[in-house]
Design a protein around this ligand. Structure first.
Ligand code: SF4
Length: 263
């Protein structure tokens, strides 16, 4: 095994700033083969990634964490993407139902500490359980979402999952995203048209007013509007241990020490 640190990725990240999302997706599949998956929560950015995967005819798992307390519209969106885009979805679930969890631990999501525990159990743990099957995960974070994502790199080491996170849409601003969705009639979660700017569990998501920040509807009961679930590493402290361990030949391919894969 070889170490791959965030510092090792500085030059590659700089080069990749000029790549299109499609080029980055192609690079991910060419570099990681069957060891790359995509992660989607059925929001506009994730659905756009799903559309690009379909239009490029890429073969990879699309991971979807069903916390057991999602909106029906979110599950219907997953089903539409799976059937109409013919994508290979892999739905991940927590060990316990929300009823079982509540009977054991109480209603966690009503306090800041409980929210962290609940998101850990219902969102992060299911992904942890399959992480050893992947060396890279494609996400859909965008810098224009601001907050902790305002400086999100295209490539980021995820020390928790020991994999590389790839975010092809970091440079897609709101106008570009809306333009792509309109041009390609991308399947979107109908909740967006009902005032939900971002969408998570039904317990912790509300619509937002036009004058509110985009994430005001997430964990509104906890405030202030800066909570994240922690499933994406850029939601967390970037100063945490910044290196992962991957096979030497894979690190060489990522860093361009062999030339048969580059886009
Ligand atoms: S968003 Fe709310 S209900 Fe869903 S896992 Fe997190 S705390 Fe629990």
């Amino acid at each position: 095994m070889a170490r791959l640190s965030q510092a090792d990725l500085i030059e590659l990240n700089r080069t990749f700033e000029d790549r299109t999302p499609q080029e980055l997706l192609q690079w991910a599949v060419t570099t990681f083969g069957t060891r790359v998956g995509a992660l989607s929560s059925m929001q506009k950015s994730g659905n756009t990634i799903c559309h690009m995967i379909q239009s490029l005819s890429l073969s990879l798992d699309v991971l979807f964490v069903d916390t057991g307390v999602l909106f029906p519209e979110t599950l219907e969106t997953r089903d539409r993407l799976m059937n109409e885009y013919n994508l290979r979805f892999r739905t991940l679930a927590p060990e316990k139902t929300m009823a079982e969890q509540t009977a054991e631990l109480g209603v966690l999501y009503l306090s800041p500490e409980g929210q962290k525990q609940c998101c850990e159990l219902r969102k992060s743990a299911p992904l942890d359980a399959v992480a050893h099957e992947y060396d890279a995960l494609i996400g859909s974070l965008r810098r224009s979402d601001g907050g902790a994502r305002g400086a999100c790199p295209i490539l980021a080491v995820d020390t928790r999952l020991n994999c590389l996170r790839i975010n092809p849409l970091v440079n897609f601003d709101d106008e570009q995203l809306a333009g792509y969705i309109a041009e390609h009639t991308v399947i979107t979660n109908p909740l967006h048209d009902q005032g939900y700017s971002t969408i998570g569990c039904n317990r912790c998501t509300t619509p937002v007013l036009p004058t509110e920040p985009r994430r005001a509807g997430r964990w509104r009961h906890l405030g202030p509007w800066s909570v994240y679930c922690g499933i994406n590493p850029t939601d967390l402290d970037p100063e945490r241990s910044p290196a992962i361990d991957l096979p030497q030949d894979l690190v060489d391919r990522v860093l361009g020490r062999s030339t048969d894969y580059m886009i």
